[in-house]
Design a protein around this ligand. Sequence first.
Ligand code: ZN
Length: 191
Amino acid sequence: MFGSEFDELILNLKKIPGITKKQAEKIAFYILDLNFSELEKITTSLINVNKNLNKCITCNFISKNKQCDFCLDPSRDKQLLILENNNEVLKIENSSIFKGKYFIYNIKDEKEIENNIKKIIDFSKNIDEIIISLSPTIEGLAATNLLISKLNKEINKKISKISFGIPIGSSIDYMDSLSIKESINNRKEVK
Ligand SMILES: [Zn+2]
């Protein structure tokens, strides 16, 4: 409607995970209204982040150096929590419920899967327990099963996966069949 430049911006913004067409349009209109110095600040930040921040060579978390602060911190517990992205790491870290180390295993990046499994095996040498916490989606469950079978063959450490089940405040009536199946599979003996 506003020419190919605008359409191209929308197409590029839509590549950001979680951004819908409507949200992309909102951002595009915001950019359209900016004056040049405001726009320059945003583009400089984008370039700086992309240029100066990398993935930690050990755990894939965002880092300014070769290794991230979590991997370099000897005081952290010898537990390794496997998550899917940087956001999840920050969320768990801010909740203060976990004091171990992290590994980012992007299940959508198929080219990196073998390499990531190798990295986890190397990482596990200094770890007592690996906790797998991938999404409870069909993809995530398949990735979890693959990871468990590969790690079981290679390492002799405790491996667990987080349990998914009935959310607090919900009931089976409102649950999808995958959640119910996982709740039953992850049941705990009570006597
Ligand atoms: Zn790291």
